[in-house]
Design a binder for this molecule. Sequence first.
Ligand code: ATP
Length: 485
Amino acid sequence: MISVVNVSAGYEGKKVLNDLSLSLSKGKMTGIIGPNGSGKTTLMKVLNGTHPLDKGEVLIKGKRLQNYTAKELAKVMAVLPQHAGSSFDFTVQEVVELGRYPFYKGLLKVASAHDEQVVKEAIELTGVQDFVHKSINQLSGGEQQRVMLAKALAQEPEILLLDEPTNHLDLSYQIKLMDLLKKWVYTRKLTVVAILHDLNIASLYCDEVILLDDGIVKANGHPRAIMNKELLQEVYYTPLTRRDHPEAPSPIIAPVPEMKTQEKSIQKLELTATKELMVFSSPFPLKTLSSALIGGGFQWASTFVNRHVDKNYYIDDAHNEYRNYLKEKQFNPHDTIGMMTAARLGDASVVSIQKEDFALLIAVTVGTGNAVDAAQSWIRKEEATVGTINIWIFIEGVLTDEAFVQAMMTATEAKTSALSTYNVLDPLSKTVATGTSTDSICIGSTQSGTHMRYAGTITPVGKAIGKGVFEAIGQAIENYRKRMM
Ligand SMILES: Nc1ncnc2c1ncn2[C@@H]1O[C@H](COP(=O)(O)OP(=O)(O)OP(=O)(O)O)[C@@H](O)[C@H]1O
């Protein structure tokens, strides 16, 4: 659709684009990203023919850009500039109608019924119908942006060039705009080229991303390839981290702020316990990976709640019930990891391990009435009940994501070994239990101090977790058995 062939362009005495070649496909959304001054706007101007080339050529649908008349080009290409607004006092309706002007026929240039319909649609799609009679200069930056988009859409272009289209828009309109463009890309085979500063918008919406750096194409391709931490850090000179979006198969790039290297000791964790609640409170958030009902997955949290419930506790929406419970107890559910258990909290066991370069605090509550051998659980029909082993492991150290997962595995293996040693049986299969059907584990790390790349059973932290979990579970089982005697 668009070919840029060996283009060099710049300003008096300054070369900006340097022998740049690109090919932009029809029916795709392409994002142009890059740091300030990398040449994005200059490239955009080159693509819409408003900036002269020093060398090379731009082809639109196979025809050289300079061979298009202004009217011909307006029928193919619409441009949404960075700065909306107008030096004339046009109404919104008039501005949108201007987008249709190249299509007006006859000497008097009158709008056809189709032209009017297209203008109406563009106004509705961009949600500017409430101020059609207002002057464009009386609107906010975001409203002006939407009017200019309506004008561009009214052109019914095959190619839409956008310079930072989400710049003035609030979150809701950013998403509406990008969703609308994406829909047009798919349904009308519109070709969209957009300069985007927001890497995450580019990642979520673009089929292809072009990364410009100092007037050259540093990289181009699918966002999953371009949203690469090392590549972006090299261009933006900023520490970044990459995660996958939790709902979409797109990477999310987050800047990593300069953090105070404050000593964070797990000795600062405070334990308060009643019959109903066992709570660890931390003066700073810990990075956690857990299977807990509240705050499961990766999350930062500073409150860790193990809640005792009756063994007959059964609620359809336990997650919601628990969130409300936390709020009632003045805990912030967004800052809390919450588990529940029917086991007596009084039987809990806490093990503290201090090594030369790291420390652990492990707390467990054990209820084995609902013990299950994982290899035999298929013979069961009934719903899960709440006899549960809850394991809390707090680590003073810096864990990688894989170390978090390995710490979970190590803790699970140590739990299984403890159940075997203490001969806890699955009451149905009569084989040795490997856990219960509702067990939870939370690994919480201070993310300060010693770096721990791995936490498998043979690493220093893995050895400490294995030993600590085994001992803590054993102790909790003994506490329970002693009480029952
Ligand atoms: N009219 C101009 N005259 C002289 N130099 C210019 C002009 N416009 C831009 N430049 C220079 O050209 C270089 C590229 O500018 P351009 O606007 O294309 O970058 P950009 O990637 O769009 O930047 P930003 O992210 O800040 O919008 C910059 O160094 C800029 O100072």
